[in-house]
Design a protein around this ligand. Structure first.
Ligand SMILES: Cc1cc2nc3c(=O)[nH]c(=O)nc-3n(C[C@H](O)[C@H](O)[C@H](O)COP(=O)(O)OP(=O)(O)OC[C@H]3O[C@@H](n4cnc5c(N)ncnc54)[C@H](O)[C@@H]3O)c2cc1C
Length: 359
């Protein structure tokens, strides 16, 4: 039996779930880019997700957690460890469970694999306000909470009441120790596109309670229609990973890219969207190397033109080559070096502290 076979058998034994090997991750991302994970497992709900993560620690496996894969660029070389696709039962895919609807608002429980846009629609139809901004956001609730997704002046921070998450550091003593913690929304350290679960080794969302207000379904639907019209006008329809760069304070990254004249710029099949400067689209056969090269080129140009060092919002996940550099960039280019260091640290984020590299 090979090491791969024995790890797969042990993972299956500990989780009771089917474990695949050498699975291409590209289909699990919105960019449709990314090489294979050594092992791959589908978590059918938050409870199973917790078991899988604990099993990974026991087996010394690094993990890459994927919700909708709508905010990641996975390396062409893939991921040396366990790729986990967070799913949910079909009946809970686009709806939560009501915890309390007697007060002025309503509290619902959601699974990490719920579709963010589906939950937004379901709550709007029920006349519960607070998530109407999220109707156009791809991906899962787990990914949205970890990254504090937001749009049109709304964000997850405003609705998260409590989060149950898997922590790499177990709390409690002896047989009472556990990797599972629950914290209030206030304890989530939410900020602009970040939370306590976005930092390296911090943990994985297993479920959450959302607190919503009340409004009429018609009122909410009108807001949703307005947001959808606005998105249609400014969001590319090609494959993308959403905003590539974080907006610097008081500015829009997309505007900086437009002003730099880089709209439409290409590396291979990766192109800066003609519609929105902060989107990179895959026009067909783009590789992660193409995307990476474009990111470096944009950062270099903006730094040169404005002195502003853009930071990536998108997560660069998986195993990036140690010598990865921008096509056409000087290998001594400090921005390429900086981005490469960032790529590595972002890859650490996705490993959630599991396995030896994270201590
Ligand atoms: C067309 C398009 C439009 C977009 N518009 C917006 C927008 O308006 N606003 C916005 O904020 N974002 C936007 N995005 C980005 C993206 O949709 C959001 O960030 C989304 O919330 C990511 O969720 P996901 O499940 O796809 O996460 P993934 O891409 O799967 O993962 C992103 C990161 O979160 C981690 N993660 C995933 N699940 C969990 C979990 N359960 N617990 C902890 N960590 C987890 C992953 O390991 C990874 O590090 C857009 C993307 C696209 C493609």
């Amino acid at each position: 039996m090979t090491i791969s076979d024995s790890t797969r058998t042990a993972l299956h034994r500990e989780t009771g779930l089917p474990v695949e090997t050498n699975v291409q991750l590209a289909p699990y991302t919105t960019l449709k880019i990314g090489g294979p994970a050594d092992f791959f497992i589908r978590a059918p709900d938050g409870v199973s997700l917790g078991h899988i993560l604990t099993a990974s620690v026991n087996l010394g496996l690094q993990v890459l957690v994927l919700g909708g894969g709508s905010n990641v660029v996975i390396s062409d070389r893939g991921f040396r460890g366990l790729g986990i696709k967070v799913e949910t039962r079909t009946s809970l895919r686009n709806r939560g469970t009501i915890v309390d609807e007697d007060g002025p608002g309503v509290v619902i429980q959601v699974e990490p694999g719920c579709q963010t846009a589906g939950i937004a629609r379901w709550t709007a139809q029920a006349g519960w306000s607070g998530l109407d901004w999220a109707c156009g956001i791809p991906g899962t609730i787990g990914g949205a909470i970890a990254g504090n997704a937001g749009a049109y002046d709304g964000d997850m921070k405003a609705v998260v009441n409590a989060v149950t998450y898997w922590s790499p550091a177990p709390t409690g003593i002896g047989s009472r120790s556990s990797h599972i913690c629950t914290v209030s929304g206030n304890e989530m350290a939410f900020g602009y596109r970040t939370s306590r679960l976005k930092t390296p080794g911090s943990g994985v969302v297993l479920g959450a309670e959302l607190r919503l207000g009340r409004a009429t379904p018609t009122e909410l639907q009108e807001r949703i229609d307005r947001f959808e019209t606005s998105r249609r006008a400014r969001q590319p329809t090609e494959r993308s990973c959403g905003s590539v760069f974080r907006n610097p304070p008081g500015m829009f990254a997309g505007q900086l890219v437009e002003q730099s004249g880089l709209k439409g710029h290409r590396f291979g099949d990766a192109q800066i969207s003609l519609l929105h400067g902060n989107y990179i689209v895959n026009r067909g056969t783009a590789t992660s190397h193409d995307i990476y090269s474009l990111i470096v080129a944009v950062r270099d140009r903006i730094l040169r033109d404005t002195g502003i060092a853009l930071e990536t919002e998108v997560i660069l996940a998986g195993d990036w080559p140690a010598d990865e550099h921008a096509v056409g960039s000087d290998s001594a280019n400090p921005m390429a070096e900086a981005l490469h260091r960032e790529a590595n640290s972002r890859a650490e984020v996705t490993t959630t502290g599991v396995g030896e590299r994270n201590g």
